[in-house]
Design a protein. Structure first.
Length: 688
């Protein structure tokens, strides 16, 4: 690079390589090379006598900076996030004009520089500086600085009380140093922001952070990655904007904690409550989320309490909602590692394990994750916020041991009560099994009737076989459930007898009761399944029967329509005869009347024949729909409509037959009238 202008900004361009500046550098006032991939040393800065701002941050510069110098009016030196080594040059460390110094995240060492008289921002974090904080922020330097970050320099020690500062509200970050955390001294300094991240060095405990509520000027707090087990009491000023307690060991948020945070935080839309990477399994007070977004991602849970593992017959249950309050709640998704023999009921928040695969004494280790879908913090149109965000996810492993029996109480009375309750439950199951068997028997009877009505229907024949097997199975399982219930009642009587004698029931007696219960429950489940099979067979048979009925209605309707058409044709022939009589006897009113009646009957016959044909077409359509339908109600409905259409065709056909008879009668009457008139004429001629 040669002859750079006084204000040079090459930031954020993805540039790389070593930097060399040739020619006169004294005219360069502001140089910004940040956020590129430049490498090599910073020696090219030497000779920039009148430069005021240097920003070479976020590159890959390396090498010692001890030799940098010649900056007579430097105001800002920003070189964070590089690989620089050595100590700060005297030109920087001793500058009286320097207001911003940021060399964070390098490999610098040596004595930490004292704040210059005009220093506002001082960040030497995450290096290897040594020194005393009282010398860094001494009476000889700036006493109105706003930001002091010495975190991650384990060699910096001293007492907070030795800091000299005359203005209110500066931010300090000193985690990972030898400076002891003292809330009362911070309160005396009237700090506005405190950060003590325990990722490096000494971790804070609950006792270390007492007195935070005395810092009335506090607006931001970062105590991430320490060993806190509870939310500390904060200043009740309603002016805090961020609280970061991520990476601690906090296990719950009580209502009192919620009130504490509410009173500390300011207006809605400005706050971030970061409680990620803790062990929080309790729900968050709803009023707290109205203050701002609450980050509860990546929570862990300690080892599972053995008392939460229950064994009931052949099932082992863990009430996940007893482990984590969000399990089973709307909006929260639970994911359990798909291990064989494990299932989860989202409605009850219960994990069930197959006892055959998890025998007594075996270990349980189940990875679980719980998360909500609310990941949005939405600004309203007026700039405020209309929806608080609760970002929650918990990832943990349930560890425990399968118990031998469920009831292990050492009191005889509780064991007797447990046995009696079990017997009552099993008896109820046996009754349910009997009811299921009755349902299966009824279903078999219905299918049998369908088979009798439609002996040639293969589908109904198959359904009959299925219903017969299901009915037999339901009866057998109901009998097994009844036997198991009787056995459980006998065992319960034995347990109660021991209780009456003042002895605790043995584990084997309790286990026998559970085994009997398991048999009864299995009988119930099998009986219900068999009843369901029989019911399905009934549905298949009903569909087939109704479809057959619809198909039968179709040809019947067609026959009626064909008959009606033929009859109407015969009626039309009679109509032709009536017309011929009328023409031949135009002066005979009786003949004319009979011919008219015959014509009306013919017209009615034609109309009814058309109705018969229309009904037959409808019957054919409904029969096709019944054949194509899959669910029972639809098949039955179309079958009934096909039958009704066939009935309509028959009625229309019958009407045509009546019309034919009327036409024949009218033609006969016309002929009689014509004959009578002819006879009368002959007699009159003879008389003349």
């Amino acid at each position: 690079m040669a002859n750079l202008p006084g204000m040079t900004d090459l930031s954020n361009n993805g540039l790389s390589g070593m930097v060399a500046v040739n020619g006169d550098k004294s005219g360069i006032i502001n140089l910004n090379l940040s956020n590129n991939n430049f490498s090599g040393s910073l020696s090219f800065l030497n000779g920039m006598t009148y430069i005021q701002k240097i920003d070479v941050s976020d590159n890959q510069f390396s090498g010692s900076i001890s030799g940098l110098g010649g900056f007579s009016v430097i105001k800002q030196f920003i070189a964070n996030n590089n690989q620089l080594t050595g100590s700060l040059s005297s030109a920087l460390a001793g500058s009286t004009t320097l207001g911003v110094l940021n060399v964070a995240n390098n490999n610098l060492s040596g004595t930490a520089p004292t704040l210059s008289q005009n220093m506002d921002t001082y960040d030497i974090s995450n290096n290897s500086f040594t020194g005393d904080i009282g010398l860094i922020a001494s009476a000889n330097g700036s006493q109105v600085f706003s930001y002091l970050n010495i975190a991650g320099n384990t060699g910096i020690t001293g007492d907070l009380a030795s800091i000299k500062h005359d203005a209110n509200g500066f931010a300090i970050s000193f985690g990972g140093t030898g400076v002891k955390f003292d809330a009362n001294k911070l309160a005396a300094l009237k700090v506005s922001s405190v950060s003590y991240d325990g990722s490096v060095g000494t971790k804070l405990t609950d006792a270390d952070v007492t007195g935070l509520d005395t810092i009335s000027t506090l607006t931001a707090l970062n105590l991430a990655n320490n060993n806190l087990t509870k939310i500390p009491t904060l200043p009740q000023s309603q002016q805090m904007v961020t609280v970061n307690l991520a990476g601690n060991k906090i296990a719950a948020i009580s209502q009192a904690d919620g009130s504490n945070l509410q009173a500390a935080l300011g207006g809605i839309g400005t706050n971030v409550i970061n409680l990620a990477h803790n062990q929080i399994a309790s729900t968050v007070p709803s009023a707290l989320t109205a203050k701002g977004p609450v980050n509860l991602t990546d929570q862990s849970v300690a080892t599972l309490d053995p008392s939460l593992i229950k064994r009931v017959g052949d099932k082992i249950t863990i009430k996940l909602s007893d482990v984590n309050a969000y399990a089973g709640q709307d909006g929260y998704t639970v994911t359990i590692d798909p291990t064989n023999g494990v299932s989860y009921d989202a409605a009850t928040g219960t994990i069930t394990l197959d006892a055959a695969q998890y025998p007594a004494g075996s270990s349980i280790s189940l990875p679980v994750s719980i998360a909500n879908g609310n990941q949005t913090w939405n600004p309203a149109g007026d700039g405020s916020y209309n929806k608080a965000g609760l970002y929650y996810s918990a990832n943990f492993t349930l560890n425990g041991t399968v118990p031998d029996v469920t009831y292990t109480s050492d009191t005889a009375s509780s064991q007797g009560s447990a046995a009696s309750s079990l017997a009552a439950s099993v008896s109820a199951s046996a009754k349910e099994a009997a009811a299921a068997a009755s349902d299966a028997n009824s279903a078999y009877g219905v299918v049998s009737q369908y088979a009798s009505d439609h002996p040639q229907d293969a589908a109904i024949s198959t359904a009959l076989s299925s219903a017969a097997v299901a009915s037999a199975a339901a009866n057998a399982n109901a009998s097994a459930a009844a036997s198991a219930a009787s056995n459980a009642q006998a065992i319960a009587a034995t347990v109660n007898s021991q209780v009456a004698a003042g002895n605790a029931a043995s584990g084997s007696a309790q286990q026998s009761a559970w085994s009997a219960a398991a048999s009864a429950f299995a009988g119930l489940n099998s009986a219900v399944a068999a009843a369901s099979t029989a019911a399905n067979a009934t549905g298949v048979a009903a569909n087939s029967a109704h479809s057959a009925e619809a198909k039968g209605a179709d040809p019947a309707a067609s026959d009626y329509a064909s008959g009606a058409t033929l009859t109407a044709t015969s009626a039309a022939d009679l109509g032709s005869q009536a017309k011929a009589l009328a023409a031949a006897n135009s002066d005979n009113p009786d003949v004319q009347s009979a011919a008219s009646a015959a014509s009306d009957a013919v017209a009615a016959a034609s109309s009814n024949a058309a109705k018969a044909q229309s009904a037959a077409t409808a019957a054919d359509s409904y029969a096709a729909l019944a054949s194509a339908a899959s669910d029972g109600p639809a098949v039955k409905s179309y079958a009934l409509k096909a039958s009704d259409a066939a009935s309509d065709a028959k009625a229309a056909s019958d009407a045509v037959a009546i019309n034919l008879a009327s036409a024949a009668s009218a033609v006969s009457a016309g002929k009689d009238a014509a004959t009578a008139a002819s006879d009368a004429g002959s007699k009159a001629q003879q008389a003349a």
